[in-house]
Structure formats: structure tokens, C-alpha cells
Design a binder for this molecule. Sequence first.
Ligand code: FE
Length: 260
Amino acid sequence: MADVLITVDAGNLWQAAEQGLLVKVESEILDDQIPAHLRDPQGRWYGLSVRARTIVYATDRVTPAELSTYEALGEPQWKGRLCLRTSKKVYNQSLVATMIESLGETQAEAVVKSWVANLATPVFSNDSKLMQSISAGQCDVGIVNSYYFGRLQDKDANIPLALYWPNQKDRGVHINISGAGITRHSKNPENALRLLEWLASKKAQGEIAALNKEFPANPNVPPAPQVVSWGTFKADTINVEVAGKLQVDAIKLMDRAGYR
Ligand code: FE
């Protein structure tokens, strides 16, 4: 039995905690290093790196001035130009969960419906295929996790795509975490805690984030140069636990909205 559970997405960490798989941790080091909105208020899991789920666009067909918010991707100008990944993926469930929290259920549902109405193609199984489709001209805009864009840049430095940071005048960009907690059946909870504290340290944070092209959860640690090159942005500071708390509501909402 593993001592530490490390996984992606607050939605997954929240589920693990709800199922009683993770124990509560008390650590001044973790609380100092990891901002409050990136960890469980009950101390059962901690974000270790941050990914942004943001807008990606075709640089030859879209100017950043045409973009503004996630919500605006549902406006008529994007009819037949939007690509989305499947609603079955936890990343989109977490995005919609935070929209329910921020906008209210009625408005969030209207936004998701307007996205569906603008789809250029059926939904994609992953973010990389979605970006390849934009690159190939099937659609002009989409929503992806920042690190997939980085992986694509590694394959083709001249890829005619760019990231856009939406909602800078209101709640900010939707972010999520990769994180960890100590398992209930850990045989070495003290060593497990030391490992978590080390993973949150300045020294480890830069390396973890760089490995997956993510942003360090520890705000005192700069991201890798490639990630810095995508520009700075205001991130949503809503606690990422909302991704778990409202996950079921998000799934139901997306189903009602016809988002497959
Ligand atoms: Fe991923």
C-alpha cells in the first residue's frame, strides 16, 4: 500500500478524500508553501503544481483582441469555429464546476449550451488532438490545459497556435492542480509527511513544475522559461476543492446542455 497518493486534478483528489483514502495532515511547512486555494481546507490533500485550462487559438485566423472570456466563446462570432474536448474528462468537469460556483447554475448552463451550439466538430478525446485540429484549420479556438500546448511546441516550435488568458477583468483563468495526500493505510505517515513537505519546498517545486510544463504551486518559485514565455496572467483564486464538490452538478449540467 502506497504511503502517498499523487494524482492530477482537484476533482480526483477531492473524490479520494471523500472516499476516506486520505488522512488529515497538519504541517506549518505545507501551509506556508502552498497557497490556501490550492489545498484542501481540511488538510487531506495539497496542490504541488498548477495547470491552467485556458483558451488556445489559431494565430493566422484569430487575433487576441477578438477574445475575452470563456463565456464569450459562446457568442455568434465563434459559430462553427470552436473545438472542445469531451465532457467525460475531469478537466472539463472541473472547469464547469467552477463556472457553476462563480456564475450560478443557470448562467453556467446557458454558457455551456452556447459552446455546444458553436462546435465545429464532434468533441475530442484529448487536448492534443483538439490542438492538431485547430492547426489543420477545422476550427479556430478551443480550451486546453497549458502543458499540452507546451508539449506541442516541443514537437513543432512554429506551431501556428497561441494561448490566451481569459477573464482577466473578472475572476481570472481557471487553474487546477496536480497534488498529493497521505493515504489512510500509510505505514510511514511521518516519512510520507516529510516527502510532501520536500515536494512543496522551493528546491523540488521548480523541478516538479518543469517536468510537466506546469506552474509551481509555491508562488515563490518561478516557472520554467518555456512556461514563462506564455505570459503572466491573473488566475482564479477560488478554492480548487469546488471542482470536487460540484463535480456531479457539472456532469449533470453538461448532459442537459448536450455537451457530450
Ligand atoms: Fe493531462
